[in-house]
Design a protein around this ligand. Structure first.
Ligand SMILES: Cc1cc2nc3c(=O)[nH]c(=O)nc-3n(C[C@H](O)[C@H](O)[C@H](O)COP(=O)(O)OP(=O)(O)OC[C@H]3O[C@@H](n4cnc5c(N)ncnc54)[C@H](O)[C@@H]3O)c2cc1C
Length: 294
């Protein structure tokens, strides 16, 4: 069967896929589906073809981040860049960047359902647009990783016991296409759900995922310093000095505020406080201490 017969109008890009680190996968076919139905139809056709010839299908995306060769359909024993025809099998890389959309958002349940080609950066942005937040410890710290890739490798964040420490910890439902082209919807806790998380994609292609998020917090962390590392130690020492000066200024302001409060308290009780703090009653700018000092 000719390659074009199998693609159902999906864009066939070049027969190569580059990783974020310059490695290259080569495959007989490279597909970019935009829907689960489109992908399922193509895999059904590959399944028919597989009765005559082995067909290896792998999901990944352009600029994939895995440094192991798992995303490459033609790869064996850790080698990424084998020629597409080095395998007796027909090799198909499915690029998921065409499936990166929000499907539904459930404000009350604090969930979002998104396509599996969505990146970490987009997931965080979309959650924010819904007034929700991704528990940050649940995801690795690279914005370009995809939801499907993170789940397949069980790549972890930095959460500790009792908090989400992997994306799979906040997944509630997974839609996926098996090797026959059948579409499934599996709870995270089902045997299929457990096999998909950390299964390196061998169960099938994950196409859509429902995530349990949380209400957005109000803390904003912003990094203002973008420094070259040519004067690393000098820069760190300079930042430490600024930090020490700020701490000293904050401590002085806190001490002054505490002293003023003690004076106000002493004045309002008509004398010197038990801690011996004294001050001029009526000199405070606070209206309560002014009125109580008469
Ligand atoms: C075993 C392993 C563990 C890793 N653990 C960590 C970690 O703990 N923390 C961390 O920061 N990084 C980790 N990495 C490195 C990197 O973050 C992961 O490889 C991450 O999955 C890369 O994301 P990606 O979206 O580029 O996936 P890709 O590199 O494209 O794919 C990675 C794997 O997932 C499969 N896959 C991708 N999309 C789908 C999909 N939609 N459906 C089914 N399968 C799919 C691929 O076929 C491949 O097997 C790990 C890598 C590996 C190989």
């Amino acid at each position: 069967m000719a390659a074009g017969d199998l693609t159902f109008g999906m864009q066939i890009s070049s027969h190569e896929v580059s990783s974020a680190y310059g490695m290259v996968c080569r495959a007989t076919e490279v597909l970019v589906p935009t829907s689960t139905e489109q992908l399922a139809a193509a895999i059904k056709s590959y399944a028919k073809l597989a009765t005559k010839q082995p067909v290896h299908v792998r999901a990944t995306h352009k600029y994939y981040h895995s440094t192991a060769s798992f995303p490459c359909a033609a790869a064996t024993a850790g080698q990424h860049d084998l020629p597409a025809d080095s395998s007796a099998a027909m090799t198909v890389d499915v690029l998921m960047q065409g499936m990166d959309q929000l499907v539904t958002a459930g404000a009350a349940a604090k969930t979002i359902t998104v396509q599996a080609g969505m990146t970490v950066s987009s997931m965080i942005t979309i959650a924010k647009q819904q007034g929700l937040a991704v528990p940050l410890m649940a995801v690795p710290n690279y914005g370009g990783l995809t939801i499907g890739g993170i789940m397949a490798t069980a790549a972890t964040g930095t959460g500790t016991a009792g908090s989400p420490s992997a994306l799979c910890d906040i997944v509630t439902n997974i839609q996926w296409v098996d090797g026959k082209g059948e579409v499934h919807s599996s709870d995270r806790s089902s045997p299929e759900g457990r096999a998909i998380c950390g299964g390196l994609g061998v169960t099938g292609v994950v196409t859509q995922v429902t995530l349990q998020l949380q209400e957005a917090g109000k803390v904003l962390v912003r990094t203002n310093a973008h420094l070259a590392d040519t004067r690393l130690m000098d820069d760190i020492e300079a930042m430490q000095k600024v930090s020490v000066r700020r701490s000293a200024a904050t401590a002085a302001a806190a001490a002054a505020a505490a002293a003023a409060a003690a004076v106000a308290a002493a004045c309002s009780s008509g004398g010197v406080s038990s801690s011996g703090v004294s001050g001029k009653c009526g000199s405070s700018s606070s209206s309560s201490s002014s009125s109580s000092s008469g």
